[in-house]
Design a protein around this ligand. Structure first.
Ligand SMILES: NC(=O)c1ccc[n+]([C@@H]2O[C@H](COP(=O)([O-])OP(=O)(O)OC[C@H]3O[C@@H](n4cnc5c(N)ncnc54)[C@H](OP(=O)(O)O)[C@@H]3O)[C@@H](O)[C@H]2O)c1
Length: 243
């Protein structure tokens, strides 16, 4: 099956990480469907991708963080494109530094968990059945290294949310060891930004996108965690069949 016959559902595809992935997938000839709650982000994304690829991008407004919302999005996606062959999930937010726990509220922790892990779970539950039994299909989850440690003072809830997302990916690997579709995780232990917003040690979202698109295209591994600490790790993913 060529890339032009494959349809990738990019959850979080309007975000910093997701937009780099969407651009790279389109550049490789995939059709891509992006969901966002914000129509402005979808318009911005259309302006960001290569103009010649616009015909291969389908954008839909929707909320995949609630069971009802995810079901509605699923129906809309199937109606718009028919079959989905691959899914990349980069849901969440870029950064959180609200302060140490004693200054925080339960409401804030709810928001962090909802955005980082509940949306990942709810959307996985809704969309995984679209690709699960397809040996040529893939499901790739993007996670962050903030789950391993406190990145800096005041970022504690980011660690709680990111750690929950890491744990969720681990249980997927262990609960579904034999699933036909390729189930992988890309764990990013660095900041990610667009070229004009890069900080020290950051990864360019375009370079990250190319590496993730290469993994999706190759679909030769499953149940792997691809750990990315620095730009050279992205080159390794691009060049090697197995990391
Ligand atoms: N940025 C970094 O430095 C970095 C570093 C390491 C790992 N990561 C990982 O990458 C993931 C994404 O980060 P990012 O920087 O791309 O964040 P971002 O720019 O805020 O993008 C996250 C995307 O998730 C979407 N989203 C969240 N909840 C949703 C929902 N209920 N329904 C539909 N869409 C929803 C948002 O869509 P809308 O708001 O448009 O609806 C947004 O486009 C993070 O969770 C993190 O684990 C990021």
């Amino acid at each position: 099956m060529s890339n032009s016959d494959r349809v990738v559902l990019a959850l979080g595809g309007g975000g910093t990480v997701g937009s780099g992935i969407v651009k790279a997938l389109l550049d490789r000839g995939f059709r891509v469907v992006v969901i966002s709650r914000d129509s402005n982000k979808l318009e911005k994304l259309k302006g960001f991708i290569s103009p010649s690829n616009r015909g291969n991008l389908v954008t839909l407004e929707g909320d995949v963080g609630s069971e009802v919302g995810a079901e509605l999005v699923k129906q809309a996606v199937v109606k718009a494109v028919g079959k989905v062959t691959d899914i990349v999930s980069s849901l969440g937010f870029s950064w959180w530094q609200g302060g140490p726990p004693h200054t925080q509220t339960v409401k804030e922790l709810h928001w962090v968990l909802e955005t980082l892990v509940l949306s990942t779970f709810v959307s996985w539950k809704a969309f995984f059945p679209l690709v699960r039994d397809n040996p040529s299909g893939t499901y790739t989850l993007i996670t962050g290294g903030a789950g391993d440690k406190l990145l800096m003072p005041g970022t504690g809830f980011l660690t709680v949310g990111a750690a929950s997302a890491l744990a969720f990916c681990q249980i997927l690997r262990e609960e579904y060891p034999e699933v036909p579709c390729k189930l992988n995780q890309v764990k990013i232990n660095a900041g990610v930004a667009a070229p004009d917003r890069m900080g020290p040690g950051y990864l360019n979202h375009l370079d990250l996108g190319e590496a993730v698109a290469a993994l999706v295209e190759r679909r030769n591994s499953s149940h792997n965690v691809f750990t990315v600490n620095c730009p050279s790790d992205l080159k390794t993913i691009l060049l090697e069949d197995n990391v």
